[in-house]
Write a new protein. Structure first.
Length: 387
């Protein structure tokens, strides 16, 4: 049951808040649209986070922040309590963001020309982290069954892993909605470890995993893995930045820290630290209420599609607020799908941007008040009726 002291139904006007999702939508799509694309929820941040920021602003001097051990302690305690993963504060590294840290990890532990495995369809910055730095992309696409459930292709991974230096893992997986099981992750480690392939695991959506499928941190299974996480997606404070990295081993940690420092992304600013600490120390009740609301939204979405758009394929995700919709039954090219949806006034993420396996799909963000979700689905229904 959702905790009633938190309100997720009130509509907030974001058009004039310097929001890339809303104000930036016209620039991205070339026309006015109702935006349901970038992974940014339309809910206010948790009250305890806003209160912590207000308290910090009450101190008028905003000079350079010091190393904040309390953020490290909050992160370690949160992951221990929520994900049953015991880490020490010494293993926590504070960084500016998950994507910058992902790129830094690639630079720190591979050389130009090295092979790096990516499993598409996947969050687009994974590709840039490889090819943008002169590494060789090894694409091992996920396998999808008739029920739109995705799995890792372990046979293909086994055939490719000897050519790789690293593997970039999205866990939970954006956009296909999987929370990988402990058994799947153990099998992945068993393939990578004999070849010395270091796993870098982006776990930014981990806190949004639904109770039916608990998230397993890769660091619990592989002590050589680099785990990247933040409160930005789960607590909707992406505009503040800030993230953490975990890496065991004194020499390996020093190697990563040196690259983070060289790249200018080691540490983060005062307000990011304030938000991270508040989220992980006192944000549990708000997050539970959010998960309940998102679960209701996912059910609303499933029911709407079943009633009005039965040809659109959808598997309720194991976490969060991102829906991976299969529009292949429309029998249109990706360009035609995009044109039709834009003509209806809706802005989504187009499947091909997620790499191989994305053709014929779109990603829809349902982290929004139910009224907005219904409106966006009505626009998708309008697009379908254009045939």
């Amino acid at each position: 049951m959702r905790e009633t002291q938190f309100d997720f139904d009130t509509v907030n006007d974001r058009w004039h808040t310097d929001s890339v999702k809303w104000a930036g939508a016209r620039r991205k799509f070339g026309r006015p649209v109702f935006p349901m694309w970038v992974a940014d929820m339309d809910f206010p941040a948790a009250p305890n986070i806003l209160h912590a920021l207000e308290q910090r602003l009450a101190e008028p001097v905003l000079g350079y922040p010091d190393h904040d051990e309390m953020v490290h302690e909050a992160a370690a305690e949160w992951w221990h309590q929520r994900h049953s993963w015991t880490v020490t504060t010494e293993e926590v590294i504070l960084v500016q963001g998950v994507v910058p840290a992902l790129n830094a990890a690639v630079r720190a532990f591979s050389q130009p020309g090295d092979g790096i495995i990516v499993m598409p369809p996947v969050y687009p910055p994974f590709f840039a982290a490889v090819t943008g730095q002169g590494r060789r992309l090894i694409s091992v696409p996920l396998r999808m069954d008739a029920g739109l459930r995705y799995e890792m292709d372990f046979a293909s991974l086994a055939a490719q892993v000897a050519q790789a230096k690293m593997l970039l893992l999205c866990s939970p997986h954006n956009p296909v909605g999987r929370v990988w099981t402990t058994q799947e992750l153990q099998q992945l480690v068993s393939l990578c470890r004999p070849h010395g392939v270091r796993i870098v695991s982006d776990e930014i959506h981990a806190d949004l995993s639904f109770p039916e499928q608990a998230h397993t941190p890769m660091g619990k299974l592989d002590p050589s893995a680099i785990v990247l996480a933040s409160a930005s997606k789960s607590f909707n404070v992406a505009g503040l930045g800030g993230a953490v990295a975990w890496l065991r081993g004194v020499e390996a940690k020093a190697q990563l820290v040196e690259e983070l420092r060289r790249s200018g992304i080691l540490g983060t600013h005062t307000f990011a630290k304030t938000a991270l600490r508040a989220a992980w120390q006192e944000g549990g009740p708000w997050l539970r209420a959010l998960q309940s609301y998102l679960g209701e939204n996912a059910q609303f979405l499933a029911s709407y599609l079943q009633q009005y758009l039965p040809e659109v394929g959808f598997r309720k995700p194991d976490f969060g607020y991102l829906a991976w919709l299969d529009l292949r039954a429309w029998r249109l090219s990706d360009e035609e799908i995009e044109a039709r949806i834009l003509a209806a006034g809706l802005g989504l993420n187009w499947g091909p941007s997620f790499g191989e396996g994305g053709s014929g799909f779109v990603r829809l963000n349902f982290g929004t008040p139910r009224k907005f979700l219904a409106h966006g689905l009505d626009l998708l229904r309008r697009a379908a009726a254009q045939a």
